[in-house]
Design a protein around this ligand. Sequence first.
Ligand code: GLC
Length: 750
Amino acid sequence: MTNKITCYLVGMILLIMAACEQPAATNELDSKVSNLLSEMTLEEKIGQMNLYNGFWSITGPPPAEGDAANKYQHLEEGSVGAMLNIHGVENVRKIQEIAVNNSRLGIPVLFGYDVIHGYKTLSPIPLAEAASWDMDAIEGSARIAAIEAAAAGINWTFAPMMDISRDARWGRVMEGGGEDPFLGSRIAAARVKGFQGNDLSATNTIIACAKHFAGYGFAEAGRDYNTVDIGTVTLYNEVLPPFKVAVDNGVRTVMNSFNILNGIPANGDRFLQRDILKQAWSFGGFVVSDWSSGREMINHGYARDLRHVAELAANAGSDMDMESYAYINHLKALVDSGQVDMSVIDDAVKRILKVKFELGLFDDPYKYCDPERERELVYHDAHQEAVLDMARKSIVLLKNENNLLPLQKGSQKIAVIGALADDNNSPLGSWRISSDDSTAVSVLKGLEPYKDQISYAKGADLITGPATFLQKVPINESDKSGFNEAIRLARRSDIVVMVLGEHGFQSGEGRSRTKLDLPGVQQELLEAVFEVNQNIVLVLMNGRPLAIPWAAEHIPAILETWHLGSQSGNAIAQVLFGDHNPGGKLPMSFPRSVGQVPISYNRYNTGRPDALDLVFWSTYTDESIEPLFPFGYGLSYTSFDYSDLSVEVTGENQVSVEVTVTNKGKVAGEEVTQLYIRDVVASVVRPIKELKGFQKYSLDPGQSRNVVFQLTEAELGFYDGAGNYHVEPGEFEIMVGTSSKEGLNGNFTL
Ligand code: GLC
């Protein structure tokens, strides 16, 4: 007995000591949450776990049960924790007033929206921003998105998406940070900081959402919502790092994914949501399901019915139910029957209430509802300037034979050809649902200052009918009636700028493609124009890597301009005419053919890597295994020379790396120096190359810079299949250079 009492007393002392160690603010916040929780009925608690879509736009399949009247009633009953797809101060205030004034406890509602790359003023799609490798600019872009969204009543964005992917067939690559976990992690941190800022109680910060947890980007065959079947070494080393960095940077929500992982749908996965996220990583925010990812566990064959969905999801750690209507309809009965413990409910509700307190919503539920601020900040001129800068930095120069670019101001007769040159809608990308269609600066509009030397011919339509967020894009696969006009114009011009690629709604959610070539009749148009004028600058406008081997071989200059957002045309014009020297680098490999996909630079060596004559090697009989343009690749209007690489082991798991970079050209330019390592022999096979550092900087003509990296345990190790991190002694190769393919090589031994 004495022992037990002693243990109890020691336990109590430890508990009191722990409580004393916590900062007062956390204690105060926790007690506010606990006090409110203690007043809540079970129904009201379950209400906080319920996220309803608004009454207008949808971003997923609308469920049968959802209807507006039902939702108003639930708002009055205090059964709505959050709503999505409602924006605009007036609309938000209207809903918030019902929740705060009519429900028993007046708990404010969260308002979530997919502010993926801007609210009204749109920055480039996230994959384009990733091509900038400029973390400050990316953070600034998210900051502007938060300022505009917050001014419009939104306090929660379902971003950043941080799904690593090597498969350009998957339409959502446009939404992420590319194929590499190191770059993807840096981008995740920058965007979380941009959205959430330093003070969530401020009126211009909003909570962010790390999504989609986890593995969604590895959907088989690049088919959206498809099965994911990856090993845990890939999970720990490729998929999870960006999420861990987001959690370490204070992200307040995580959205689970649609896919199964090891046979379990993420929404019902205790290992992911509790063991890793909430236990191992000590994540203190809340998990929200993706749109009906709960209900879809029935389709997966993991849940019998909606009641079983609610039981599995709640017990697995999914705290809030988006549009499955599982929690609102079945959780009470599950708690009453003991199938879901009240402690599960209390933990979920505490997490949700804590975020609402952090946002300051209990102090002022209408803090985001100032019509004056909405009028002043949305579409603010300063935001246009900032997204223009982001757009310029996102452009990648893929080819520039004989320095065809930049174009000469005033002297050249320039033909501009392609439907996308006159498209002010596609540059907004597919995740522009909060903004206004057709508000981008088109290429032609951006080229207006040079209108005296420019003539335009469409050549061919890209689409044959309306293209919207919810429908498949009708591509023109046959009408070439505009070719002759374009050919005539090209024949009489000095140089041709062809703007080709994908419609803005050809990438994004639900937009997987089996081909990666130029859609429709665009390739034929390009070759027809090439017949009469070889001085072609190809301006690509696309939401994913494309397979353009013919263009790469024949076309002298190629600019990758993605979907660059509101200021697209101005950014492209400034790069075309040399007012801005492009410095972007590819965040994803561009394949030679779709048959190579999935493809990435950080592949494994395999047991038969050598491409010798015999067939018994890990190669193709009809294609190289190398990409058309590699990860990290991007040219400039100047050139950079690398010299004097030095590598020194300076301590245990400490390596210092230095290289000298010199601008050898005639114009200033930005370079991204990249550092890659290879752990040659390890207890878990390691990729032939892994990005472990990068630095972006500008150099004037003739200027040199000593670029220094410090490698530490964080960069030198890897996770084994059980999630244990190792730094192992042995030989390492290192490459420092201008892309994943080109640089100076060295090695070191730990
Ligand atoms: C969508 C997407 C998710 C988005 C959510 C709400 O289906 O998968 O990324 O945030 O639903 O619109």
